[in-house]
Ligand binder design. Structure first.
Ligand code: PEP
Length: 251
């Protein structure tokens, strides 16, 4: 019922020519949009060129962050108006690296989620616990609080259209993947939280990705879980062949 969404998060990698080549090599090989959604989350300077290159294909282009204001005196920032104008469709919000290094908070993630919907961008909202929180049995409470704050004030339709990426911080870029059971357990909890917080229908409709050292070798098992509807992939999304394999797994 829920369509898988596979998103590659390039982080701060590639130069423009490499990014263009990647889109050239993947855009005709990914599954059709009816089967699965395939998205590349690229650095800001590449976005207009990649949107243009991906036109007419099923590949969508996302930003990795944005500001919540439409415009103004925010030197160095990029607004949702700018992203929409370029043809960007999705935006990653609250990635753990932004929370850790760039002072992103649940409050700013929530403001950004509202701004995204105000400009017809789909937010991919990242949540997840540290290793210490997992070891102290705080995972469920922590993730629940992050989800509730991120979605606060959104309409039921907006909650339904949101994508939440559950990314245990200890599994990002470390080669340590959560077991598919661990990942699904948290995603089931997130879905139940959304059902209580918004509505049964919203909980059923919202799509939940897992992220954390996903690669072609483990993606099938993760996607076979009841509450996992896709993956947010860092390292393994940088190579065209690997990204295509991941996207195919979503179909
Ligand atoms: C990420 O960037 O969100 C991520 C999960 O990275 P990796 O797949 O490299 O762990």
């Amino acid at each position: 019922m829920r369509k898988n969404v596979i998103a590659g998060n390039w982080k701060m990698n590639k130069v423009l020519s490499e990014a263009e080549q990647f889109v050239e090599e993947t855009k005709t090989r990914i599954p059709s949009e009816e089967k699965a959604e395939s998205i590349v989350c690229a650095p800001f300077p590449f976005l207009p060129v990649l949107v243009e290159k991906a036109k007419g294909s099923d590949l969508k282009v996302a930003a990795q962050n944005m500001h919540y204001e439409d415009n103004g005196a925010f030197t160095g920032e990029v607004s949702p108006v700018m992203l929409k104008d370029l043809g960007v469709t999705h935006v990653v919000l609250g990635h753990s690296e932004r929370r850790e290094y760039f002072a992103e908070t649940d409050e700013t993630v929530n403001k950004k989620a509202h701004a995204a919907f105000n400009h017809n961008l789909t937010p991919i909202i990242c949540v997840g616990e540290t290793l210490e929180q997992r070891e102290n049995n705080e995972t469920m409470n922590h993730v629940e609080a992050q989800v509730k704050q991120a979605l606060s004030g959104l309409t039921e339709e907006q909650v339904k259209a949101s994508i939440i990426a559950y990314e245990p911080i200890w599994a990002i870029g470390t080669g340590k993947t959560a077991t598919s059971e661990q990942a699904n357990e948290v995603c089931t909890h997130i879905r139940n939280v959304v059902k209580q917080f918004s509505s049964e229908e919203a909980g059923e409709a919202i799509r939940l990705q897992y992220g954390g050292s996903v690669k072609p070798a483990n993606v099938d098992e993760l996607l076979s879980q009841s509450d996992i509807d896709g993956a947010l992939v860092g390292g393994a999304s940088l190579e065209a062949d690997s990204f295509v394999q991941l996207a195919e797994a979503g179909a």
